[in-house]
Write a protein that binds this ligand. Structure first.
Ligand SMILES: *Cc1c(COP(=O)(O)O)cnc(C)c1O
Length: 380
């Protein structure tokens, strides 16, 4: 089948011949009511009940002990890395096939990203690639695992659950435990995704979610740091709220903190959207099933969840046969106002990360040339 049938199918699914975006938010729940609440109460900013409520809801949904609401996912990742002990001059393992925020958050900590390959099936950080890298370069010392070639400490590992498909967490947890390297999950895209029945973001020392405008749940801009460690969670709250020490009237701050707290106005939206998460997930799953059926037997492969996992189908994607087919597909669909986008350019192609270490990148480069996102919005 050609691209015409595909375009027709997508137009039918979204009941539209006009522009069909990749992912548009829907606000059909209590969004207006909760936002009006914040206006009526005048508590729109850094004090207000919705911040605490959104944290409670997220801890419950993500099956973690403590959640900290922040201004966006990128800021959340930056602070999570600091909380995990990443320091100036350290190395942090991550994947090159990711959105730029993952690498930027490492850079904000004046640490160096180490780009390792992804698995073909998950499109996320490969436990095998991590193991091979550590076997070759890792050296266990009292103060942590060091890279014997660069002399730098390998302080953390940041897997990213691409488009909501969980990475092979059991294997990755095993490798990182062997080398005593903390995991910080970039779960920005995987709210509602599970690995063996456990929510993504709950496996690592810390996990980070995003509520950016294009994510499955949005509040305009916002994010959430989650952890199973209550004390660590408290530290996260402290660091993201200018490290202010409670006092009846004095301004007391015990370290350099950040103004990364989520405003109550945005938190109101988070709460209203989270109430609908289950229905969003079901709605997207139904679309994914239709796509899967449609693409069966074609030379365009629709990506579905792996065994033992539940994907949120945040951004759905297809795999084209080669880069020529990919380009032809991108041109035809976008010309027909059906929005499609290629997966990200690998991080080491960007000028600021060109100098960073990378391994073979066989799978990353294969996927970079073939994966395309297709319209994935919740349909009303
Ligand atoms: C969206 C996203 C982020 C950053 O989230 P923001 O809230 O936009 O700052 C980080 N990592 C990945 C993989 C993302 O997709």
């Amino acid at each position: 089948m050609g691209y015409k049938e595909t375009i027709q199918f997508i137009q039918d699914k979204f009941n539209s011949k006009d522009f069909i975006p990749l992912h548009a938010p829907v606000f059909n729940g209590n969004e207006r009511k909760y936002v009006m609440d914040t206006l009526d109460s005048t508590f729109v900013s850094s004090v207000g009940a919705y911040v605490g409520l959104s944290e409670k809801m997220m801890a419950e949904i993500s099956q973690t002990t403590k959640a900290v609401a922040v201004v966006n996912g990128t800021a959340g990742l930056q602070i999570a890395l600091q909380m995990a002990g990443v320091q100036r001059g350290d190395e942090v393992i991550t994947q090159a096939l990711t959105f730029v925020a993952t690498a930027n958050a490492i850079h904000y900590n004046v640490a160096e990203p180490v780009f390792l390959d992804v698995d073909y099936d998950t499109m996320g950080l490969s436990p095998k690639a991590v193991s091979e890298f550590l076997e070759e370069f890792g050296e266990r010392r009292e103060s942590g695992t060091f890279n014997k070639k660069t002399g730098k400490r390998i302080a953390a590992c940041v897997p990213m659950h691409t488009f909501g498909f969980p990475v092979h967490l059991d294997e990755l947890m095993t490798v990182c435990a062997e080398w005593n390297i903390p995991i910080i999950e970039d779960a920005a895209e995987s709210l509602g995704s599970y690995y063996k029945g456990k929510h993504t973001g709950s496996f690592g020392k810390l996990g980070v979610f995003s509520f950016n405008g294009n994510k499955i749940v949005t509040c305009g801009g916002g994010g959430m740091i989650v952890t199973q460690n209550e004390e660590l969670g408290k530290l996260g709250k402290h660091l993201t709220t200018t490290a202010k020490v409670p006092h009846p009237y004095e301004y007391v701050h015990d370290q350099v903190g950040y103004n990364f707290r989520m405003p109550n106005l945005n938190a109101a939206l988070v709460c209203a959207q989270l109430e609908q998460l289950d229905s969003f997930l079901a709605n997207k799953r139904a679309l994914a099933q239709d796509y899967a059926a449609f693409f069966t037997g074609q030379n365009i492969k629709f990506r579905t969840e792996l065994e033992d996992t539940q994907a949120n189908y945040w951004l759905m994607c297809v795999e084209l046969e080669n880069i020529e087919e990919r380009n032809a597909f991108l041109t035809a669909t976008n010309e027909a106002k059906t929005m499609t986008r290629p997966i990200w350019q690998l991080m080491y192609r960007l000028p600021m990360y060109q100098h960073c270490y990378r391994d073979s990148q066989k799978n990353s480069e294969f996927l970079e040339e073939r994966i395309v996102n297709i319209p994935s919005s919740v349909r009303s």
